[in-house]
Design a protein around this ligand. Sequence first.
Ligand code: ACO
Length: 331
Amino acid sequence: MSLIERIKAKAALNPKRIVLPEGDEERTIRAAAIIQKEGLAVPVLLGNAAVILKKAEELGADIEGIELIDPESSPQAETYTEALYELRRAKGLSREEAAKLVKDPMYFGIMMVKLSHADGLVSGAAHTTGDMLRPALQIIKTKPGMKVVSSSFLMDCPNKELGENGLLVYADCVVMPCPTAEELAHIAVSAAETARTLCDIKEPRVAMLSFSTKGSAKHELVTKVQEATAMAHELAPELLLDGEMQLDAALIPEIGQSKAKGSPVAGRANVLIFPDLQAGNIGYKITQRIGGAECFAVLQGLAKPCNDLSRGCSVEDIVSTVAMTCVQAQN
Ligand code: ACO
């Protein structure tokens, strides 16, 4: 079974209620029909019911039985307006602005998750990453003890000698352009949790990546990764985590042995922490496009699961992301 097949099987064991704010978007409608048919989650589509039903009919997508909620006319709008106003009034949000925002399906969906009227949310087929992330960051906020929201990419590589039988978790490739050492430490701890939850990796082995291995180069960027490594040890003393190290030292046993002798991680890492977003984003795309890996993105560190799609996503990408969100919600 591939990684995503295992995740779908896990999702179907306990389907959670996942809200899709882009409910009138065609790929989303098709995906909702598949999700319902395969029992991967209980999808809820936001938008005008007449529009959604008409599109579903044109597409030949069977969405009978799927709950449709129109933020424009929902009786919950008032509850969400009050709750949003209370949450953001200190930030200068007025009641009128809150009322306007909850008519936006993205905010309405986030409020459903916030008030536990849904277990998770998937959006981004028609929104930029920033527009999807901002309400989640402002309203759902981080889990207790977690300083930042970040992302992991689950990389299913054709070379099964790498990582955990070909599986590698990369972080952060989506959210934090320039993390501080402390933020990098939190990203590392979150990514290890994602490896456990979604990849069933029992023993995450986390490599803090750099262009230097164990002091081979001296530079302020290297120092930052060294500091992040020390902070991550303090945050999660039981976690197998080491750094700083180069990518080859992290992945290839002989190189790990020669460059970082005695490291519990070098040469056998299954979680890779990139020093910033440029490295992480470029790194996952190289692995995908040149290395032929299948990849799946999730957000981590949020108090409740919300996940972003790429605007170029396929119907299958939406189905997979909903299944991953469902598994995150089960945990
Ligand atoms: N974790 C937790 N909270 C955060 C984080 C974070 N990483 N980032 C921002 N916040 C909070 C802030 O504390 C603030 O909360 P408050 O309003 O309650 O005080 C709120 O979110 C908004 O913060 P801003 O700094 O105003 O956020 P901004 O909108 O400027 O940026 C964003 C946040 C959108 C995540 C930004 O960092 C970003 O654009 N990141 C890159 C996204 C991207 O383009 N990724 C690459 C493409 S995706 C791909 O290739 C798959």
